[in-house]
Design a protein around this ligand. Structure first.
Ligand SMILES: Cc1cc2nc3c(=O)[nH]c(=O)nc-3n(C[C@H](O)[C@H](O)[C@H](O)COP(=O)(O)O)c2cc1C
Length: 331
């Protein structure tokens, strides 16, 4: 089963992706956080930095676009094709109120006519292959039946499903049953996304959804960057040092880099046994030396979290038709 690193705005930028690729190879593809093509059809400097191939050297990357207008999608996709990209991903999942209020992201799921219009325009003459990252609907998972009917009318190269509604944001149970039903009905190859925390979960997802070719992992991989390989403190430490140095350089000093590193650590505390006990101190760290002292203490005193045996599969996939205790759940 292929593994994708999910787009996480504010975390998985080109600096993070490059460092992750170098220290923890094994992810098949990375996705950029969304780029919102502007009506004036000019990429901002920030967008260019994220997408430019020279900033993503060695990283298999799919750029993601967030828009409700086919002409804006096609303009940006052409620009990305000119940079050498062969696939662009359409975001139909972002649940943020500011995005959905404009009818973008998961907002498209509330108005199926506008979703169809957008897909009609995009698939009239796409300059690249087009994949879609979607939720199940806005309020009710049952909305996904008619939404999948729409997707099935277009040659979407891959449909990535986060089986929650817009209302559910990123919490509460994922609707595995709805994803399972989509496996037999989707014309596009499917990718499962949601709450994968361990390599055991990846294996379990593969067992439960044998026809899905890929899983996409977001928060779980930021929490445990070594999820796909060996867990080794020195590698994690070197990865961390590289991120610190690269963000200090990119942001012009530790004053801004601290915010990014704190956001990453909010997830990465889970890489350590007992790491969550440091959450309050992490939030309180206001200056770079405070953060460095805290992270040195974590690296120096906490064991890495145990991700073998019983803990290799999280509760999400524990109930099911497979034997979750079997050792071959580790990939
Ligand atoms: C902080 C944050 C930023 C995100 N940014 C994006 C984004 O730019 N584009 C997107 O499609 N999804 C975005 N997502 C959703 C993730 O890609 C993913 O679908 C979600 O976190 C569920 O997967 P996970 O449980 O493996 O994290 C974001 C999620 C979080 C928590």
């Amino acid at each position: 089963m292929r593994v994708y690193f999910a787009p996480l705005e504010g975390i998985t930028d080109y600096i993070y992706r490059r460092a992750h690729r170098r220290y923890f190879p094994g992810v098949d593809r990375y996705f950029t956080p969304f780029i919102s093509p502007a009506q004036n059809h000019v990429f901002t400097h920030k967008e260019l930095r994220q997408a430019l191939p020279e900033n993503n050297a060695g990283v298999p990357l799919v750029p993601q676009l967030l828009t409700k207008k086919a002409e804006d999608f096609l303009w940006a996709a052409q620009g990305l094709a000119d940079m050498g990209y062969t696939e662009v991903n359409l975001n139909v999942g972002c649940p943020s109120g500011t995005v959905t209020a404009k009818g973008k992201g998961a907002g498209l799921l509330a108005d199926r006519d506008s979703l169809r219009r957008l897909l009609d325009g995009i698939f009239a003459a796409p300059p690249t292959a087009v994949s879609v990252k979607t939720r199940l609907g806005t309020e009710d998972p049952a909305e996904f039946g008619p939404i999948l009917d729409i997707y099935n009318d277009y040659p979407i190269c891959e449909l990535i499903i986060h089986p929650r509604t817009r209302r559910e944001m990123y919490v509460g149970p994922v609707h595995l049953d709805v994803f399972e039903a989509a496996c037999s009905r989707s014309r596009a190859p499917l990718c499962y996304n949601g709450d994968i925390r361990t390599a055991g979960d990846i294996h379990a997802a593969g067992q439960r959804f044998p026809s899905a070719g890929a899983v996409m992992v977001g928060r779980g991989l930021v929490a445990d960057p070594a999820m796909l390989g060996e867990h080794d403190r020195d590698t994690l430490r070197r990865f961390h040092e590289e991120l610190c140095a690269a963000y200090c350089e990119a942001f012009g000093g530790p004053g801004s880099a601290i915010h990014r590193m704190k956001a990453i650590w909010m997830f990465m505390l889970d890489a350590f046994e007992g790491g969550r006990a440091y959450e309050k101190r992490l939030i309180k760290a206001k200056k770079w030396p405070d953060l460095m002292a805290l992270t040195a203490e974590i690296f120096g005193s906490l064991p890495l979290a145990d991700r073998t045996g019983e803990r290799a599969v999280s509760p999400l996939f524990r109930e099911g038709s497979f034997d979750c205790n079997s050792a071959d759940h580790m990939i």
